[in-house]
Design a binder for this molecule. Structure first.
Ligand SMILES: Nc1nc2c(ncn2[C@@H]2O[C@H](COP(=O)(O)OP(=O)(O)O)[C@@H](O)[C@H]2O)c(=O)[nH]1
Ligand SMILES: [Mg+2]
Length: 293
């Protein structure tokens, strides 16, 4: 994993075309919100972690929509299409980590380790995952869940991107994971995921490729994390080709979930705190705040 000398952090500058809406949005996030019980609660800080491999064309769609986060971490696999230059031209405050293109899993682990906010949201750079859904993930984390995974198979979710073969493979792998780990998930192989930053270490991730999504889910079980699914709609990748190979990566997912099933449990949290209801004011703020248009 790459160390901080490859991290570039720059201050906000005049080239930041979205500075005004973002500033307004961040003010809304950091404002204290009066709860029903009269106590004030604060939105947690949020880092978006985004792996990129030649995604400049797609980032023209995504970057202007990343208004409601406190930190953006881009882990770039030495893109040759101007990905890094584009990000810095519109978001000079983004943190960019460049490392060899050894797989999405490696990139995500690097990004999670670099994130500094209380909550982390992971999404692809290809424009298939909409930041307008951030609040659905964050609301569940705020209630006390540690790990919230998007699902394209519950009411309100969907996919324009899955081929028939991938859909079948995902369904078989999800069913198997549910058997092996006694879960009731509806979608295993989906990379739109959010977690508390203190969950990162507990997950003890080692994957290098697309099987990282499976490893995150099954290690969340093995570590005793509180897991929730939330509906998400995946659109088609906007430009370019997927880097995923259905057979090769499906096989890696299968091997990962079977291998981990027979390893010792990870350190588990002794007991869960009760889930908190979200006060009404907090909910209202959650669903009116994301400025993505
Ligand atoms: N840094 C880095 N990012 C990668 C690598 N492989 C894939 N990605 C990124 O991971 C995300 C998911 O990849 P994608 O090709 O969209 O896979 P799909 O969503 O499963 O079709 C995209 O944002 C890619 O740019 C890699 O080796 N290094
Ligand atoms: Mg994708």
């Amino acid at each position: 994993m790459h160390t901080p000398d490859s991290v570039r952090a720059t201050g906000r500058g005049s080239g930041d075309v979205d500075a005004a809406p973002r500033a307004a949005s961040l003010n809304a996030r950091s404002a204290n919100i009066l709860s029903a019980s009269g106590q004030t609660r604060r939105w947690p800080t949020v880092t978006a972690v985004i792996p990129t491999l030649n995604e400049a064309a797609n980032l023209r769609w995504l970057m202007p929509r990343l208004t409601a986060v406190d930190e953006i971490v881009i882990v770039d696999g030495e893109s040759t299409d101007g990905t890094v230059e584009y990000v810095l031209s519109v978001r000079p405050d983004a943190r960019i980590i460049v490392e060899p293109p050894t797989g999405k899993g490696t990139a995500m682990r690097t990004g999670m380790a670099a994130a500094t906010s209380e909550m982390i949201i992971m999404l692809d750079a290809d424009g298939s995952m909409d930041p307008a859904e951030f609040d659905s993930f964050l609301a569940l984390l705020c209630r006390g869940y540690d790990f919230v995974k998007g699902t394209r198979y519950s009411c309100g979710g969907g996919s324009d991107d899955l081929t028939g073969l991938r859909r079948l493979g995902n369904s078989v792998l999800t069913g198997l994971a549910n058997r092996l780990y006694r879960q009731n998930w509806s979608d295993l192989c989906y990379g739109y995921v959010a977690m508390r930053r203190d969950a990162v270490e507990r997950l003890q991730l080692e994957s290098t490729g697309f099987e990282i999504e499976t490893e995150m889910c099954v290690n969340a079980v093995r570590a005793g994390l509180r897991i929730a699914e939330v509906a998400s709609h995946e659109t088609e990748r906007r430009h370019g080709e997927s880097n995923l190979n259905t057979w090769r990566d499906g096989w890696r997912v299968l091997k990962t979930m079977v291998r981990l099933r027979f390893q010792r449990r990870l350190d588990t949290r002794p007991e869960h705190l009760p889930l908190e209801p979200l006060p009404l004011h907090f909910q209202t703020a959650a669903f009116s705040r994301t400025g993505t248009e």
